[in-house]
Write a protein that binds this ligand. Structure first.
Ligand SMILES: Cc1cc2nc3c(=O)[nH]c(=O)nc-3n(C[C@H](O)[C@H](O)[C@H](O)COP(=O)(O)OP(=O)(O)OC[C@H]3O[C@@H](n4cnc5c(N)ncnc54)[C@H](O)[C@@H]3O)c2cc1C
Length: 417
């Protein structure tokens, strides 16, 4: 093993170049900090876990962040605007109709396929000026030391080590970084899995997104390109294998029955994938010289489509805290340490209200709508009707689900870092 003095030295190492880690790399590159991104699965590989077939609903604040990072222009042609959101409960009267016009907007956000993101990232990352991208390479050991962390990575050629002043764990729900740091996580198994696929309905979706709550799990239909929609159907995990094995005709028949033909019948469908649904929340998000962000910090239920949006705000806030630290270095003899404990604590305190609020929202919805008790049922009906008839409640809900919660980072406000 090379001695410490021979090992490459970085300001920052981002472990996991998925949706959140790669976005952070794009945000940080103009700050001219020497950065490395370590990603274990090739960007265009069919097995890439972050950039797969799932459709992502991006909130307005996420779209603003992506614009600020220069990423939006690369994915805009594959993005579909969300012009209305309809929420209802199976076999219940009433529905909540949310229109962006109530907020003076013409859209809530956009729907983009995660794979389109991956294609854009594969193009952008190699051209970043201050960022090395090593892929497919996995982190296999992490050792925090006083001045920097020592990291060992492995690929087909063997192992090598380097050091970084700050390690960012953006390596997903089963984060190796989080576990190496000894950070415990709270877990809840929803005993549900999401089956996703594209469907083509008879009628034009006109930018409408639908969320249907059922006792066995929510179903979402999101507007997508060329008249297609992204279907996300959450079912009890014990039923998922049978649903995956159904013929296409039978799958669509059941999906039509459940969804209720709000867009006419589904006529065609694409490949199905299934995801077990769990809440995994790190009990801490910073340790000396390390921070966990995105799913490594909080993997949540997809109801309400908040997961990546929340992780992208982590990236935007971390980038802002580091940019401010860099600007303030004149007050610190010109020295800047991206792994300084003060900066990490500032990041953590800033993110806490958004983490708490967003996780409570998605976890609360997932649990409330699968609770069979009469009290929960009455509460659901009251909540739905209140939102259907009280515009101010609808507006509050819309603003929060658009990612405007707590202290909003500059990138989400459309300003530069
Ligand atoms: C069915 C479904 C639908 C969803 N819909 C939405 C939606 O509409 N809107 C929304 O905002 N969110 C949605 N989400 C959530 C969203 O997909 C996640 O929040 C997002 O993928 C998190 O990104 P991430 O980069 O933090 O983690 P990941 O996507 O898990 O990426 C982690 C990356 O780290 C890499 N990695 C792991 N270990 C290592 C290692 N040791 N060394 C190097 N690299 C490593 C992995 O290869 C991967 O590329 C949905 C999720 C599901 C399951």
């Amino acid at each position: 093993m090379a001695g410490a003095e021979k090992q490459p030295f970085y300001d920052l190492a981002i472990i996991g170049g998925g949706l959140v880690g790669a976005s952070l790399a794009c945000a940080l590159d103009p700050l001219a900090m020497k950065t490395v991104v370590v990603e274990s699965v090739a960007y265009r590989a069919a097995t890439q876990p972050s950039y797969d077939d799932r459709t992502l609903a991006l909130s307005a604040s996420s779209c603003a962040i992506l614009r600020g990072l220069g990423l939006w222009s690369k994915i805009a042609s594959s993005a579909t605007p969300i012009r209305e959101i309809q929420v209802r409960e199976l076999d219940r009267p009433g529905r909540v109709l949310m229109s962006p016009s109530e907020l003076g907007l013409d859209r809530f956000g956009h729907v983009v396929e995660a794979r389109a993101f991956g294609a854009a990232m594969a193009e952008i990352l190699p051209n970043l000026k201050n960022t090395d991208v090593v892929c497919p390479v996995s982190l296999v050991s992490l050792e925090p030391q006083e001045e920097a962390c020592r990291l060992t990575v492995r690929d087909d050629d063997g192992e090598r080590s380097f050091r970084a002043r700050l390690v960012v764990g953006a390596d997903g729900a089963e984060s190796f970084v989080r576990k190496s740091l000894g950070i415990e996580a709270e877990r809840h198994d929803y005993n549900q899995s999401a089956v996703i696929c594209n469907v083509t309905p008879e009628q034009d979706h006109q930018g409408r997104a639908f969320e249907l709550f059922t006792p066995s799990g929510p179903m979402a239909v999101m507007p997508h390109l060329n008249g297609r929609c992204g279907l996300i159907w959450c079912v009890p995990t014990r039923e998922v294998a049978a649903l995956m094995d159904l013929s296409e005709a039978e799958f669509m028949r059941r999906a039509n029955l459940r969804f209720g033909q709000r867009l006419g019948r589904f006529l065609k469908m694409g490949k199905r994938s299934a995801y077990p649904l769990k809440l995994v929340r790190a009990l801490e998000d910073v340790r000396p010289r390390a921070v966990v962000i995105g799913n490594a910090s909080h993997a949540i239920h997809p109801v309400g489509a908040q997961g990546f949006n929340l992780g992208l705000r982590d990236a935007a806030v971390l980038a802002e805290v580091l940019a401010d630290g860099l600007r303030d270095r004149s007050r610190n003899d010109g020295r800047f340490d991206p792994g300084s404990w003060d900066l990490l604590c500032r990041y953590s305190a800033w993110r806490k209200p958004d983490h708490d609020g967003t996780i409570a929202y998605s976890d609360g919805l997932a649990r409330l709508y699968s609770n069979p008790s009469p009290l929960a049922s009455a509460g659901r009906l009251a909540g739905l009707l209140a939102h259907a008839f009280v515009p101010s409640l609808r507006r509050q809900l819309a603003v929060k689900s658009m990612g405007y919660r707590g202290h909003i980072p500059r990138l989400a406000r459309g300003e530069s870092l």
